[in-house]
Design a binder for this molecule. Structure first.
Ligand code: MN3
Length: 222
């Protein structure tokens, strides 16, 4: 079974004006599709690995042949992270989180505006290509900010992603050029808090099989 590019849960133009349709089309249809194609190419000689999810591949590098380890880390990471990223946004979204996620943000950061300021600042300061994350820390189940380079993901350190933004230039350069902070500021208008709350409260069923085994969702499962 080959890895497949997931459909976007909305049309390319529906995040306008914050993220333009052309950027979305290239980002999803070429960048993400490219990671999927290169992941499949790396796994092509290894049928025993082809049914493994991107998350499993990221969590089990020692079970991969050494000659494909780097390609799998980069491209399974690109595939996994982008699959989360598309769902972290939605048309006519934004606003504020509710329920236990809102409570956890207040516990960890003081209030929503302080959280947004710190997330934005982490994104602005990230050097080069990478991602900024709100994730549930393995050690205590509380929310923390993480930045990762390339297509690294906090999941490999046991921290479960709740919300993520893509800071590669391909995510914003056509519209915002070098003004990453403009992209970061507008991004809050398309943040899908419902999806973040779902991940925080329940975990994603498709990931749960792996993350519960590893104890990542201990607090969420309680
Ligand atoms: Mn990207």
């Amino acid at each position: 079974m080959k890895h497949e590019l997931p459909d976007l849960p909305y049309d390319y133009a529906t995040l306008e004006p914050h993220i333009d349709a052309r950027t979305m089309a290239l980002h999803h249809g070429r960048h993400h599709a490219g990671y999927v194609a290169r992941l499949n190419a790396a796994l092509e000689p290894y049928p025993e690995l082809q049914h493994r999810s991107a998350l499993w591949l990221l969590l089990n590098p020692n079970k991969l042949p050494g000659n494909i380890r780097t390609a799998v880390r980069n491209n399974a990471g690109g595939h996994f992270n982008h699959s989360l990223f598309w769902r972290a946004m939605a048309p006519a979204a934004g606003g504020e989180p509710e329920g236990v996620l809102a409570d956890a943000i207040a516990r960890a950061f003081g209030d929503l505006s302080q959280f947004k300021a710190r997330f934005t600042d982490a994104g602005a300061k990230l050097f080069g290509c990478g991602w900024v994350w709100l994730a549930r820390a393995q050690q205590d189940g509380e929310l923390r900010l993480y930045s990762t380079a390339g297509h690294e993901t906090p999941v490999t350190q046991g921290n479960y992603p709740i919300l993520v933004n893509d800071l590669w230039e391909h995510a914003y350069y056509l519209k915002h050029e070098n003004r990453r902070e403009d992209y970061l500021a507008g991004w809050w208008e398309v943040v899908n808090w419902k999806e973040a709350a779902r991940r925080f409260e329940h975990g994603d069923p498709a990931e749960r099989r792996w993350v519960t085994d590893l104890g990542y969702l201990r607090a969420a499962a309680a």
